[in-house]
Design a protein around this ligand. Structure first.
Ligand code: PLP
Length: 472
């Protein structure tokens, strides 16, 4: 492309992104499309001959972008939404536009330095030792958890992990068990500890389990706690778990991918007490730090543990190793070639300031509590699990009716399916204590109480629908 053509092409894309950001709240959050429909739009052989750039672009804007869910929509309540922010989007465009290699110091001293600086910011936020501590940006929380378990295993077990045992709760995110399996641990080496009534890691059950494992000659080496479970936002008893890990000399990993960012708010800070004692901590800036995908992060109490785990010295990297004060992030994690993730975090924090993040997170937590109060005042809705770090679980369960558990499951599943089918809100179910419940995750600062009440009106409409069907 000529310089002029590049400009025109780029301007069209920026225009489309800006238009999207300016109007996304008026669009529908849900995209529906079957495999057949997508095949009919896109399936073709790789073209031998190219096409006009604007023709391809227009096709993409028309067919690809419109057939994708808008996770930043204020009525996108499910999974963990991705509120994102425009400055970081543009930062990503810059990082990709310049194709900056963020693996080694030699390739970009500035990229390495910005990763060091932004990791330092996070270390301070989470109360980790600033000098000794370290970390790395990853593609997301799953990769950060995997990086943590690899590190824990290397440091605690060396090469022989045949007797090693790892502990996590039944509410831990699936990425942890995935990481453990990826690393080749057998079923007999994994202890999934049941949670207590509040869905928290049961400390007593854990203590008993560790004692039993030691008696059997096994080696408890790592515990994974969660600071903000995906289901309910619950924070495990971090202080107690930290003490157990210290006493038992067990690696203490905390998965704060969802909830960690809450530490920026007053209520969240209180809930996160004990997080600073972790050996490693996953946070996920593409969740509640409002960054576009992909950006996860692993923080460690001792940065040397990462380099001990991941450093390799192949001959072809000899000349770019640099001196010991220079950090090559390819020696701190799994990836060699890495995109420049730190840039978006750096630019958005510099542009908005931490206060803006704190205010947004505080607003989210307060909004969820307001929703809980509203539900508790209603005769139709039951709060199944209270608002916790901006997540709330509830179900349609009118007190005037005496529905069986089976009927309630059916009704709430139906409500969710119909709401999603309407495309007006993304509201899906989860299962708590065997009950199908609706789950709202309110981490979007643009979500208003009206978005919530409109969604409840919609739910009520479908609830009456299915009630009529059940009655007939
Ligand atoms: N851990 C928790 C607690 C999560 O909620 C999630 C995602 O929702 C993950 C890990 C996985 O993070 P990612 O989807 O960024 O890989």
């Amino acid at each position: 492309l000529s310089k002029e053509e590049m400009k025109n092409y780029g301007y069209q894309i920026v225009d489309a992104i800006v238009e999207h950001h300016a109007t996304q709240d008026q669009k529908l959050p849900v995209a529906l499309g079957s495999r057949e429909e997508m095949d009919s739009l896109f399936l073709e052989e790789a073209p031998e001959k190219g096409s006009e750039p604007s023709q391809v672009l227009n096709f993409v804007l028309e067919k690809v972008m419109t057939n994708s869910a808008n996770m930043a929509h204020p009525r996108s309540f499910s999974f963990v939404p991705g509120p994102s922010n425009y400055v970081s989007v543009m930062a990503d465009a810059l990082a990709t536009g310049y194709n900056i290699f963020s693996g080694g110091w030699a390739a970009s001293p500035a990229a390495a330095e910005l990763e060091i600086v932004t990791i330092q910011w996070l270390l301070k936020i989470f109360g980790f030792p600033k000098k000794k501590g370290g970390g790395i940006f990853t593609s997301g929380g799953s990769m950060a958890n995997l990086t943590a378990v690899v590190t824990a295993r290397r440091i605690k077990c060396g090469d022989d992990f045949s007797k090693a045992v790892i502990y996590l709760s039944d509410q831990a995110h699936s990425s942890n068990i995935k990481a453990i399996r990826v690393l080749g641990f057998k079923k007999e080496q994994i202890r999934v500890i049941p949670t207590d009534n509040e869905l928290k890691f049961s400390v007593n059950k854990l203590k008993n389990c560790i004692a039993k494992d030691r008696l059997e000659g096994l080696y408890p080496f790592c515990l994974i706690a969660t600071a903000g479970t995906t289901n309910t936002g619950t924070v495990d008893p971090l202080v107690e778990l930290g003490k157990i890990c210290k006493k038992e000399d067990i690696w203490f990993h905390i998965d704060g991918a969802y909830g960690g960012a809450a530490i920026l708010s007053k209520k969240g800070k209180q809930a996160m007490k004990g997080i600073e004692k972790a050996d490693s901590l996953t946070v996920d800036p593409h969740k509640w730090f409002f960054q576009p995908y992909e950006m996860g992060c692993l923080l460690v109490r001792n940065h040397k543990n990462l380099s001990h785990t991941f450093t390799e010295k192949p001959e072809y990297l000899r000349d770019i190793e640099g001196n010991t004060s220079e950090i090559n992030f390819y020696d701190h994690g799994i990836q060699l070639t890495r995109r420049f993730r730190a840039l978006k975090f750096y630019m958005s924090l510099k542009t908005f300031g931490l206060k803006e993040f704190r205010d947004a997170i505080t607003y989210n937590i307060d909004l969820a509590e307001e929703v809980e109060t509203m539900l508790r005042g209603s005769k139709s809705w039951e709060v199944v699990f209270p608002a916790t770090l901006a997540v709330i679980n509830f179900r349609y369960n009118p007190i005037s009716k005496n529905y069986s558990e089976k009927e309630l499951d059916k009704i709430n599943q139906y409500i969710s399916e119909k709401v999603v089918e309407s495309r007006k809100a993304l509201l899906v179910t989860t299962i708590l204590n065997g009950q199908i419940v609706l789950r709202m995750c309110l981490i979007n600062p643009r979500t208003t109480m009206k978005d919530v009440t409109d969604t409840f009106d919609l739910c009520k409409k479908y609830a009456l629908d299915i009630e009529a069907k059940l009655a007939s």
